[in-house]
Design a protein. Structure first.
Length: 763
C-alpha cells in the first residue's frame, strides 16, 4: 500500500518555508544593521555623550533680585557682579600646598593667620571624602570700590605698605597744610590722630591709616611695600584689580577658580539708607521665624535686614530655580543642553526674577533734604504730599552706608557704628519722640469741637500756672497776657494750653489724639513705631499711678506722649488739606513685566475724613499761618519769599543722662531739648508738607524751622514742576565724610527719649 507524503515532506512547501525564514532573518538583520547605523552613525555623538555621563546632579540657580527705583526711575538698589576666589582641596596635591599659598600671598594681600588656615585646610586628611571648597577671599576687587561701590579709575602706581600680622594697609602721610599745623586726611580734611605706638596716623572719619615707618605701628611687624594701580574718587583709597591679576595667573594656582555671583549694590549710599535698608546672611533665627520659607533659603543666602529690603523681601527676592549638571567620567562638567532628552526628564525649574518696585521718593528732593540737614548732629526729616500721602523724601541722620552692611561689614566699622552716640542704625523718621508744642493742635481742635473754648475767648498767661501745689511754667517767663486761640498758637503759649487741657480732661485729649491719627502707624511700608497716646488707664497700670497734673503736661506734648515724624506729617496733612487723613506710603507700585505699567503693591487703606468741623480747622490753620507770617510768630524769621507757608514749632524736654566716660560735648548735647518744626505750603493749596526733628537740638523755631525753610525754598525755586533726570550724585560727604562726620563718645543709656514734665516747655 502506498503511503502519502505529509506537508513537511513536500519539497515545494519546504522551499516556501525556507524562503519565508530567510526573508525574516534578512529583515531582522537589516533592522539590526539600520538600528546600529542609527545609533552609531546618525546619533553616535549623542549616545557617546550618554556613555560618558558618570553623575547627574541638580544645582540651585539664585533668582535675580528686583530693583528699587525712585519715582522718576533712578535706581536706588541694583545688582552687580561680585567675585570670590575658591580652592578645591581634592585637586591640590600635598606637595603643591606650600607653593600654592606662597603664590597666593604674592598675588593678593593675605595675613599670616589666613595663610596658615588655608594650609591647614589643604593638608587635612580627607579619608576618601571630597573636602568642601576653601573660600580664600570673598568680594575680590575688580571694577568697583569695595568700600563704597564707586567705579575705580586708573590713577598711576601708588605705593602702600601691608602688615601681614594685623592685615592693615598704610599709605604715605600727606604733606602738611600750608602755613603749618596738624596733618589732615587728604579726603575729608579732618585732623589725623596718632595710632599704635605713635609712629602711625589714623583718620577717625574714614579710618585710613598712614605711616612712613617700615614697621607696623600696632604690632611692630616689618611691612612689605606694594603698588596700587586703581583709585576711588569717592573714598580716596587705592586698590588693584584682583580678579584680573588672579585670572591671568590661574595656571600657577592648581585647584583654584573664580566664582561669580550677583551682589546687592546701593549707588546713592547714604542718601536713603534707612528707607532702602540693607541685606545680610540668613541666620538660624530667620529660618525659625519663617518656617514656610526655610526650604527657599540656603546657608549662603542673603535676606533683607532693614527698610524696604526687609519689608518687601519676598517680592524682591523672586523664586530660585535649578540647573541640571551632568559630570562625565573624566570629571568634566557637561551642560544639560547637550543631552536635552535626559534634562527634560528631570524637569528643572527656571528661576523667576524678583519684581522691581517704584517708590514715591524723589531722589532730587532727597538730596535737598540731606544738604539742609548737613549741620544737624542727629535728627530726621520727612517731606510728603499732604493731598495724596506720597512720601517724597525721608531722611534720618546720621545715615550709614548700606553697601558696607550688605555682607562687607568689618569689625572696626561695626564697632565704630555701635559706639556712635547718635545711633546711626535707628531710622529716626519712624521712631517715636516727645513732640512738645507741635502736639498742641490736639487740645486746640478738641477745645473748639467740644465747645470748651471759642476762637475769641481769651485766657490770661502770667508766665506760669498753679495746679496741684506745683507751678507749671510758660516758656516766656514774663507771660503773654491775654491770649485767644490764634494768639496761643502763634506764640505757642504754654499756660493757655495748660488751662485748656485741664478743662478738657485726659479722656477727651486721648480721644481726639486718636481721632486725628496719633497712636497708630502712618501707613508706610517700612517698620514704624506706634508712638504713645497716654490715658488714665495707662498710668494706673504703672507703679507711679495717675496724677491729675499729667493732663497739663499731655496738652503741651510732654510727659509720656510719643510720636514719630511720619505720624506728625500725616496729622498735619489732615489740617492742611481740609480734613482728610491720608495713609502715607513710600511704594508707588510694582513694575509690570516687559515695560508694563505700575501694578499696586497691595490694596491700600483708603484715606478717611476726620469728624471735625471745617470752621475748627479754619481757626487752627489761621493760627498756624500766624506762626510763620505774623510779627510775633515763633517762626516768623523763617517766612518764605516765594510762597506763603504755615507751620508749628515745638521744643520738647528730653534730657538724658550720659554713661560714665562720655565726652563732655556729648554730655552737654544730651541735656538739650528736641527741636521740631512742621510746615506746609502754599498755604491756600498745599503741595508740600515738611517735618524736621533735630534730636537734642534746642528750640524748634531757631533750629528746625530754618531747615524746613531751606527745603521748601529750594523746592519752590528749583524743583517745582518736571525736571530732567538727575545726573549721578556724589555722596562722598556722608557718614564717614566731611558733612556727616561721626564723632566718637560714650554710649547712651537705653530708654525712650523724652519724658520730664511740662515745666519750662518751649515754643
Amino acid at each position: 500500500m502506498e503511503i502519502p507524503l505529509g506537508p513537511s515532506r513536500d519539497p515545494q512547501a519546504f522551499r516556501g518555508h525556507h524562503r519565508v525564514a530567510v526573508a525574516i532573518v534578512v529583515a531582522g538583520m537589516l533592522v539590526l544593521v539600520g538600528r546600529l547605523a542609527l545609533v552609531q552613525i546618525v546619533h553616535g555623538e549623542r549616545y557617546q555623550k550618554y556613555t560618558s555621563i558618570d553623575r547627574i546632579s541638580r544645582m540651585r540657580v539664585k533668582a535675580q533680585r528686583g530693583l528699587v527705583k525712585d519715582r522718576s526711575g533712578e535706581v536706588l538698589a541694583r545688582n552687580i557682579e561680585s567675585y570670590s576666589l575658591v580652592l578645591m582641596p581634592h585637586r591640590v596635591a600635598s606637595k603643591e600646598a606650600d607653593n600654592l599659598v606662597s603664590t597666593l600671598r604674592e598675588l593678593v594681600d593675605l595675613t599670616d593667620a589666613e595663610s596658615a588656615g588655608i594650609l591647614q585646610d589643604l593638608r587635612r586628611p580627607r579619608e576618601g571624602v571630597r573636602a568642601a571648597p576653601i573660600v580664600v577671599r570673598r568680594q575680590l576687587v575688580s571694577t568697583f570700590c569695595p568700600n563704597d561701590s564707586a567705579h575705580l579709575e586708573l590713577g598711576g602706581d601708588t605705593p602702600y605698605r601691608f602688615c601681614s600680622t594685623c592685615g592693615r594697609s598704610y599709605e604715605s602721610p600727606p604733606p602738611p597744610p600750608r602755613g603749618g599745623g596738624l596733618l589732615q586726611c587728604p579726603l575729608d580734611r579732618k585732623k589725623l590722630v596718632p595710632s599704635g605706638n605713635g609712629k602711625g596716623l589714623h583718620c577717625e572719619v574714614c579710618a585710613r591709616e598712614f605711616t612712613s615707618s617700615p614697621t607696623c605701628p600696632y604690632d611692630g611687624t616689618t611691612t612689605t611695600e606694594h603698588l596700587h594701580t586703581l583709585h576711588c574718587h569717592v573714598c580716596g583709597r587705592g586698590y588693584n584689580d584682583e580678579v584680573a591679576v588672579l585670572r591671568s595667573n590661574l595656571h600657577r594656582l592648581p585647584g583654584a577658580r573664580i566664582e561669580t555671583h550677583l551682589r546687592r549694590e546701593y549707588p546713592y549710599r547714604y542718601l536713603a539708607s534707612h528707607l532702602i535698608g540693607y541685606m545680610s546672611l540668613v541666620t538660624k533665627e530667620d529660618l525659625d521665624a519663617h518656617p514656610l520659607d526655610a526650604a527657599r533659603f540656603a546657608p549662603d543666602d542673603l535676606i533683607g535686614r532693614a527698610g524696604l529690603e526687609r519689608a518687601l523681601d519676598g517680592l524682591l527676592r523672586g523664586a530660585d530655580g535649578e540647573q541640571i549638571l551632568m559630570r562625565s567620567t573624566n570629571g568634566r562638567e557637561q551642560d544639560a543642553s547637550d543631552v536635552q532628552s535626559i534634562m527634560d526628564a528631570y524637569k528643572p525649574r527656571r528661576a523667576v526674577p524678583g519684581r522691581s518696585v517704584r517708590l514715591t521718593i524723589d531722589v532730587r528732593l532727597q538730596r535737598v533734604v540731606k544738604d539742609a540737614m548737613s549741620r544737624v548732629r542727629s535728627g530726621a526729616a520727612v517731606v510728603i504730599d499732604p493731598n495724596t500721602g506720597d512720601v517724597l523724601a525721608i531722611y534720618s541722620k546720621p545715615s550709614l552706608d548700606p553697601n558696607i552692611w550688605s555682607g562687607r561689614l568689618s569689625r572696626e566699622a561695626k564697632e565704630r557704628i555701635d559706639t556712635n552716640p547718635y545711633a546711626p542704625l535707628l531710622n529716626k523718621a519712624a521712631r517715636a519722640f516727645a513732640p512738645g508744642s507741635v502736639y498742641k493742635i490736639v487740645a486746640a481742635i478738641a477745645g473748639l469741637e467740644e465747645g470748651i473754648i471759642t476762637p475769641d475767648r481769651t485766657l490770661y498767661c502770667p508766665g506760669h500756672y498753679e495746679f496741684g501745689g506745683r507751678r507749671f511754667r510758660c516758656h516766656l517767663q514774663r507771660g503773654h497776657g491775654e491770649m485767644n486761640m490764634e494768639d496761643a498758637l502763634e506764640k505757642s503759649c504754654d499756660v493757655y494750653f495748660y488751662r485748656l487741657g485741664e478743662m478738657l480732661g485726659m479722656e477727651t485729649l486721648e480721644a481726639y489724639a486718636r481721632r486725628l491719627g496719633f497712636g497708630e502707624p502712618s501707613g508706610v511700608e517700612i517698620s514704624e513705631s506706634q508712638g504713645r497716646v497716654p490715658s488714665k488707664d495707662w498710668y494706673r497700670e504703672r507703679a507711679a499711678g495717675w496724677h491729675p497734673g499729667f493732663v497739663l503736661s499731655t496738652a503741651v506734648g510732654q510727659k509720656d506722649v510719643l510720636i514719630t515724624p511720619l505720624q506728625l506729617a500725616r496729622v498735619y496733612a489732615t489740617v492742611a488739606n481740609g480734613g482728610t487723613l491720608p495713609n502715607l506710603h513710600v511704594v508707588q507700585g510694582i513694575e509690570g513685566e516687559e515695560g508694563g505699567g505700575l501694578l499696586p503693591l497691595a490694596e491700600k487703606r483708603p484715606a478717611r475724613r476726620i469728624d471735625v468741623k471745617q470752621r475748627t480747622l479754619s481757626v487752627v490753620r489761621r493760627g498756624l499761618w500766624r506762626v510763620v507770617n505774623a510779627a510775633g510768630g515763633t517762626a516768623h524769621q523763617n517766612a518764605l519769599e516765594t510762597v506763603e507757608m504755615a507751620g508749628k514749632t515745638g521744643t520738647a524736654e528730653a534730657r538724658q543722662s550720659a554713661k560714665p566716660g562720655t565726652s563732655p560735648d556729648i554730655a552737654r548735647w544730651l541735656q538739650e531739648d528736641h527741636a521740631w518744626f512742621v510746615g506746609f505750603a502754599p498755604f491756600e493749596r498745599p503741595r508740600l508738607l515738611i517735618v524736621v526733628l533735630v534730636e537734642h537740638g534746642g528750640h524748634g523755631g531757631n533750629v528746625s524751622a530754618p531747615v524746613v525753610k531751606r527745603i521748601a525754598d529750594t523746592y519752590f525755586r528749583e524743583l517745582r514742576g518736571d525736571l530732567a533726570p538727575l545726573d549721578s550724585l556724589d555722596d562722598a560727604d556722608d557718614f564717614g565724610g566731611a558733612s556727616d562726620e561721626v564723632p566718637t563718645g560714650g554710649a547712651l543709656d537705653d530708654g525712650d527719649s523724652g519724658g520730664g514734665d511740662a515745666e519750662g516747655g518751649g515754643p
